[in-house]
Each structure stands twice: as structure tokens, then as C-alpha cells.
Design a protein around this ligand. Structure first.
Ligand code: GLU
Length: 432
């Protein structure tokens, strides 16, 4: 990133547990207290400088430091300062998710690639043969994605972009007009990236139109709670866990998390994955969103940046948080729980009651139970009761159907009690 300027003085941390968290109901909120503790520890990091290549970004208070976390069940926890800041590059994954949702991955892939560039966010990273920007998390790729936001004119595109961003946050996000003018006044490098993409045939419409959408998406004001809810929406397969609204498809959310995992933290993305292990995106406003798929979205903000453009205290806080809450995505070795809650033999019927989520490993256990039972008994009826199953992956349907066919061939009557149709024949049951 361009050389940042203002040195960062030591902060005063105001670590306040979340007044809207569980302790508002009289419970002790140990989760917000844990966040407050790690904020105090991370605030000992005094390095970093404010980004000032967008002049308005140099006017923020470098001491402010806050963190929030929202679960996929919609509960939020918070510590530190409450304030808003511009979302900057953290807008990129959310606009990407919306455009993939609208146009599909293949259409998007015609114009933007998937590989980490290993270069700064504003680098000229275009694939030599295709002219595609390397990925959508760097400026060149994000500008192309902004040009692809659906809409018959720029005004509609901007409205569509803002509606999607607000749906991710679960509230109407406002523009920071001062930052917007500052970006527009100093954004020639971004315009140049737009022209290169246009010359390579990768930009939809004019550079000016793409920049209008791009500058506006970067200038939206968010709080750490907004980032936590936005992250939780991706963690929750595209459905905002607070409003209950589906914002993007589960597949679009998955594609976006995959991009964030490899390219979200500028040229620190590889080391970040080792140390923190969460798909994330940071912005030069000092915010970072991090996501533990299926569990939590986290937002953190502290404006002073390191040499790669990531918030110094934000990185520190999330490194500690991943460790403290045991969140590393790849650090979840588990002894699989059995999905079988009970078995019953009555009038020649062996009934197996199953509960929870039928993923690959739980279905594997169920199948082995059925095969073991049927090898040891004379053919009769075997019944699998799925009424307490909350969700079934497509692989569950495939394995159970194939196992049922085998058992029938060996003289068994095989019954699946699936009144919620979790095991649909087309296998399209992953979102239930
Ligand atoms: N609006 C900023 C730019 O285009 C975003 C950069 C960032 O946050 O990485 O330069």
C-alpha cells in the first residue's frame, strides 16, 4: 500500500461488555468479557500508521478500538469502542457474493480470476494471457466486480449494491460523503486499474460508471457490530441470522469464503491462514471481518495499519481470539458424534432413530450400523427414523439410498421415515 503517515500513539482501551448481549437478561456475559480481555492485551501493540493516501482517512481517531462477534443463531457480543468507520475493501467480498449470486460463478470467472496475487492491494495484477485481474479481493478485481453489479444504469447499480450491503448488515448503511469525495478526488490509480481492465475486455460498461459503484461501496459507514452481522451472514450460508433474510445463496456464500480464505488479508493472507485460520477481509479504514463458517462472524476496528495495510491491533486481537475461542478453521479434529439416538426391536422391525445433522461422517456411522445389524439378523424390516434430523447433506441421501437398495437385494424391507423430505432424490437438500 502507499506509505501511511501519522504515527500511532498508545491507546486508552475502553473495554465495555455489550449492553445488548446475554447479560442484558441478567446473565453474566463471559463471552463479551473474554473479548474485553483480549482487547486490552491487543491494545499493547502500539505500532502502525493511519492510511492517508485517501486524505480523509487520516482524520480518524487512532485510539478507537472495538470488537464484536455475532453467532449464526443471531446473538451478539461486543467490547471496546463504539464508532463507525468506512468499510473500504471489506466491501469487496460482500459485493462479490451478491454478483456471484446474481450472475453465477462461471460468468464472474470470465472477468476475474481466483488466485492470490501475493502483491499489494492496488497492484496491477492482471493475468498475462486473459487480462483478468487475479482475484476479486484486490482493487483491480473488485473494480471489475463493481462494473458487473446488475442494473440498467449506474444509479440502479449503486442502489442494488447498497441494498445488498444493507441486507448483509441488517440495517440501512449510510455513506460517508467526505470519504467518498476524498476517494474520488485521489482515485486515479484505481481509475487506471479500471482502464487496464477495460482495455483487456474485462470491464462491463465505462470506467467512470464502475468507479462510481466502487467508490460508493468503499465509503459506506459500518460499526464492528455491522461487520460481525455481515460476517455471520456468510457464516450462516447467506442468511442474515439477525433479520432471518436470505441475502445470497449458500453457494455464493461458500465461493466468497473460499476467496477470503486465500486472498482476504492482502499479501499477509498465507501467514494469516496459518496463525488465525479464518476467512477474513481487511480494509484500509482499519476494519477486519473474520468468519468461522457455521459459527460466528467477527468485526474488529482499529485504524493504524501495518506495512501491508492490515490493522495492527485488529490482527493482534483476531490472532488472540482465534486461539482463545479455539476458532482456527483447520483446527477442529473431532471424534464424530453418533447420529443414532436409539434403536428398538419390535415385531420384527429394527428401528433406528437418528438426529442432528447428517453429514458424511455421521451417515457413514449410520450405514455401518445398518450393515452390522443386517449381517447378524435374519431378513426382516429395518426402519430409519429421520424425524429428529435437522439437516442432511446430499451425500446422506446418496449413501442411504444405495444402502437401502443393497439391503432390499438381500431380502430386507428397508424403510426411511423422512416426512420433511430431507433426502430429496435430486440431492438438493443441503440448505435445509
Ligand atoms: N477505497 C480503497 C482503495 O480503493 C480501498 C482499499 C482497501 O481498503 O484496501 O484504495
Amino acid at each position: 500500500m502507499p506509505p501511511p503517515s501519522t504515527p500511532n500513539p498508545p491507546p486508552t482501551v475502553r473495554a465495555t461488555p455489550n449492553p445488548t448481549g446475554p447479560h442484558a437478561t441478567g446473565r453474566t456475559d463471559h463471552i463479551s468479557a473474554g473479548l474485553a480481555d483480549l482487547l486490552i492485551r491487543a491494545s499493547r501493540q502500539h505500532g502502525g500508521r493511519l492510511a492517508d493516501y485517501i486524505p480523509e482517512l487520516a482524520h480518524v481517531d487512532p485510539d478507537r478500538f472495538g470488537i464484536a462477534m455475532t453467532s449464526v443463531l443471531g446473538r451478539s457480543y461486543r467490547a471496546g469502542d463504539e464508532n463507525t468507520f468506512t468499510i473500504q475493501s471489506i466491501s469487496k467480498p460482500f459485493v462479490y457474493a451478491m454478483v456471484i449470486d446474481e450472475l453465477g460463478l462461471e460468468e464472474v470467472a470470465r472477468n476475474v480470476g481466483f488466485e492470490p496475487s501475493g502483491e499489494p492491494f492496488n497492484a496491477i495484477s492482471l493475468e498475462p494471457d486473459t487480462g483478468r485481474p487475479d482475484n476479486a479481493m484486490i482493487n483491480a478485481g473488485a473494480i471489475v466486480i463493481s462494473s458487473m453489479v446488475p442494473g440498467i444504469n449506474t444509479d440502479r447499480q449503486v442502489r442494488r449494491m447498497r441494498a445488498a450491503m444493507s441486507a448483509f448488515a441488517g440495517r440501512e448503511l449510510e455513506l460517508d460523503e467526505a470519504v467518498l469525495s476524498s476517494e474520488a478526488a485521489t482515485g486515479d490509480r484505481n481509475r487506471a486499474l479500471g482502464y487496464l481492465a477495460l482495455a483487456a475486455g474485462r470491464l462491463d460498461g465505462s470506467v467512470a460508471d464502475a468507479m462510481e459503484v466502487y467508490f460508493q461501496q468503499c465509503s459506506l459507514k459500518v460499526s464492528v457490530e455491522d461487520l460481525a452481522v455481515m460476517g455471520a451472514t456468510l457464516a450462516h450460508g447467506g442468511t442474515n441470522p439477525v433479520t432471518g433474510d436470505r441475502v445470497v445463496s449458500e453457494l455464493a456464500a461458500r465461493h466468497t469464503l473460499s476467496m477470503m480464505a486465500s486472498c482476504g488479508m492482502y499479501d499477509y493472507s498465507g501467514e494469516w491462514m496459518i496463525r488465525v485460520g479464518l476467512p477474513a477481509k481487511s480494509g484500509v479504514g482499519g476494519g477486519i471481518v473474520a468468519i468461522l463458517p457455521g459459527q460466528f462472524g467477527i468485526g474488529v476496528h482499529s485504524a493504524p495499519l501495518d506495512a501491508r495495510g492490515n490493522s495492527v491491533r485488529g490482527v493482534e486481537a483476531l490472532t488472540e481470539l482465534s486461539d482463545y475461542f479455539g476458532m482456527h478453521l483447520l483446527g477442529h479434529p473431532r471424534s464424530p458424534l453418533s447420529p443414532i439416538v436409539s434403536t428398538r426391536d419390535c415385531d420384527g422391525v429394527h428401528t433406528v432413530a437418528v438426529r442432528g445433522e447428517l453429514d458424511f461422517v455421521s451417515t457413514e456411522q449410520l450405514v455401518h450400523h445398518l450393515l452390522d445389524h443386517c449381517e447378524q439378523a435374519e431378513p426382516a424390516t429395518v426402519r430409519v427414523d429421520l424425524s429428529a434430523v435437522t439437516r442432511a447433506r446430499p451425500i446422506a441421501g446418496r449413501l442411504l439410498t444405495a444402502t437401502g437398495d443393497d439391503l432390499r437385494r438381500h431380502g430386507w424391507e428397508f424403510q426411511l421415515l423422512d416426512s420433511a423430505c430431507l433426502l430429496t432424490p435430486d440431492g438438493d437438500n443441503a440448505t435445509r
